[in-house]
Structure formats: structure tokens, C-alpha cells
Design a binder for this molecule. Structure first.
Ligand SMILES: Nc1ncnc2c1ncn2[C@@H]1O[C@H](COP(=O)(O)OP(=O)(O)OP(=O)(O)O)[C@@H](O)[C@H]1O
Ligand SMILES: [Mg+2]
Length: 282
């Protein structure tokens, strides 16, 4: 029997970082000498043996606390980082040996998106679209329509990026990723830091993309309600490992039933990790 080609296949991927245990300026003289002779490093297992499959038309959520490895996993998929071991395939192509091909079919949105800060959002978006061979007028029209759906007033498109709030910059980052039609969309905390109305606008837009396009969407979040609302399947990540994954319904069944109220993803998260996530701002 042939194995089906998933949109995205991640197999047993690891990424470890080495970090000095104490910052240089806090070391005493003899400790500095010791470090030069024998560097003392701590291993951070940012991504530690993760596997997942996501198919076309699905939104796959990765739910985890700060520092659990979400962004590292997204960077590995998006070819920004090389895995230490394991494999990642995007529509059948290996992200390491076929990175150029893979980059053409995917886009990533993250909070640390970089822009030309002194240029306007319109200029930034047109610049990005031109790289993909889209004409300026088409890009402007498309950008305006996406931004408007995200609740970003078109009249502010000519202001310098620098003058926009972080939430507005986030919306420009989302618009930039969607000017083209990526087959794989990596959304690294797309709604973190947005006000409740903007958050709903962005979530509704993500649902629209899922319905309109045949795309694979991977979304990271620490907002349980968002994961429940948007994701077909969710993985809970803790210390670089997936400790549970499945549909929201399957995950909800993992926590012991409560007497008076219904189980939420938050109950499951706390039950499985023993940790609480910071309050979602929705
Ligand atoms: N380039 C790096 N060098 C050293 N350590 C790193 C590097 N990038 C990430 N880490 C460490 O790897 C771990 C996972 O980080 P990562 O950014 O993937 O977490 P995250 O789940 O995205 O967190 P957040 O919710 O805060 O965005 C953390 O301990 C982090 O300090
Ligand atoms: Mg992150």
C-alpha cells in the first residue's frame, strides 16, 4: 500500500541549543579562565523528537507555554533552522535538501516579522509582492482588501511602519503572508498581543482562508479558546515534546470529567502539564 503524501510531514525532529550557564559579566576572574579552558554549556532541548502530519484543508494547532519550543519548530519547518536529526517534508519535498522549492510554497507569520520601518505598510507590501512577481497595482488592491478584512483602516496604509502599533504591524505581517497564495501557512502566535476585536478579526480571517483555499495551516498559540475555535487538531507541547495530540474532542476526553462544569482545553493542559498558561486576552 502506498503511503499518502501529506501536506506537511515531520518525523522525529530534534533541535538542541547550547547555552552558557551564567552570563559572561557575572563570572569571576577564575571562572572566566575556567570557561575558556573548558566551556560549561547547558543543553536546551528546544524541540525533542517531534512528529506530526498535517493534510491539506486542515488547521493544526500547537499549544504551549512560553519557551516550550513552538517557534523553534516553526523555524525548522520554514527552513530558517536546520534540524539536528529527523526529517521534515512539505508536499513531499525535504526542507533541507530542497529548501528553495519549499520556500516558494510557504509563508510564515511571526511576531518578530521584519519590515522597512521607515517605509509605509503599502510600500512594504508592494515590495514583498514584487518579489513574487505581482504588479504594484494588483498588490495594492489585494493588500487593501486583506487589511480591511483584518480591521486595518486603508487610510493608514501610507503611514510609516514605525508609527503603527504592534497589533497593526502584526496585521500587516499577516497581509504580507497572504498576498501570494501559500500552500503552507505557518502562523506563529498570529493573535498574541492583539486587542479582543482585532483578535476576532484575525481568527475569522484564518477560518476564511481555511475554507477558501486548499492550504495547510499550522498555528501556534497559548490561547486555549483560540485553539478550540480554529484548530481541527491540536498538539500540546511541553519542554520540546508533544505530550498529547488529537482533535479537540479527543483531547477533552483526556482530563478527568468534572462534576458541575464541562471540561475545557485549559483543564486538559493543566492536567497533562501541571502548569497553567497565562490568561488569553480574548
Ligand atoms: N537561538 C537560540 N539559542 C539558544 N536557545 C534558544 C534559541 N532559540 C530558542 N532557544 C531556547 O529554546 C527554548 C524554546 O524556545 P522557543 O522560542 O521555541 O519557545 P516558544 O514556545 O516559541 O516560546 P514563546 O511562547 O515565548 O514564543 C527556550 O528555552 C529558548 O530559550
Ligand atoms: Mg515563540
Amino acid at each position: 500500500m502506498e503511503t499518502p503524501i501529506y501536506g506537511l510531514t515531520v518525523r522525529d525532529v530534534t533541535k538542541h541549543f547550547k547555552r552558557s550557564k551564567k552570563p559572561e559579566h557575572k563570572l569571576r576572574f577564575f571562572e572566566k579562565i575556567k570557561r575558556i579552558l573548558k566551556p560549561e554549556k547547558e543543553i536546551i532541548r528546544a524541540v525533542d523528537g517531534i512528529s506530526l502530519d498535517v493534510n491539506i484543508g486542515e488547521i493544526y494547532g500547537i499549544l504551549g507555554a512560553n519557551g516550550s519550543g513552538k517557534s523553534t519548530l516553526i523555524r525548522l519547518i520554514s527552513t530558517l533552522l536546520l534540524p539536528d536529526s529527523g526529517t521534515i517534508h512539505v508536499f513531499g519535498d525535504d526542507v533541507v535538501s530542497n529548501s528553495m522549492k519549499v520556500r516558494r510554497v510557504m509563508n510564515r507569520v511571526s511576531v518578530e516579522a521584519s519590515f522597512f520601518k521607515r517605509l509605509s505598510s503599502a510600500e512594504n507590501l508592494i515590495y514583498a509582492a514584487r518579489l513574487y512577481g505581482i504588479s504594484s497595482s494588483e498588490a495594492h488592491k489585494k493588500a487593501e482588501s486583506i487589511l480591511e478584512r483584518l480591521g486595518f483602516e486603508a487610510k493608514r496604509m501610507d503611514e510609516e511602519m514605525e508609527a503603527l502599533s504592534r497589533g497593526m504591524q502584526q496585521k500587516v505581517a499577516i497581509a504580507r503572508a497572504l498576498l501570494t497564495t501559500p500552500m503552507l501557512l505557518l502562523l506563529d502566535e498570529p493573535t498574541t498581543g492583539l486587542d479582543p476585536k482585532s483578535k476576532r478579526d484575525v481568527q475569522a480571517f484564518i477560518e476564511e482562508i481555511r475554507n477558501d483555499r486548499n492550504a495547510v495551516i499550522v498555528l501556534t498559540t497559548h490561547d486555549m479558546v483560540e485553539a478550540e475555535r480554529l484548530c481541527d487538531r491540536v498538539a500540546i507541547i511541553d519542554n520540546g515534546k508533544f505530550i498529547a495530540d488529537g482533535t479537540v474532542k479527543e483531547l477533552l476526553a483526556m482530563a478527568p470529567p468534572k462534576e458541575k462544569t464541562t471540561t475545557t482545553l485549559e483543564d486538559v493542559f493543566i492536567y497533562l502539564t501541571g502548569k497553567e498558561l497565562e490568561e488569553g486576552d480574548a
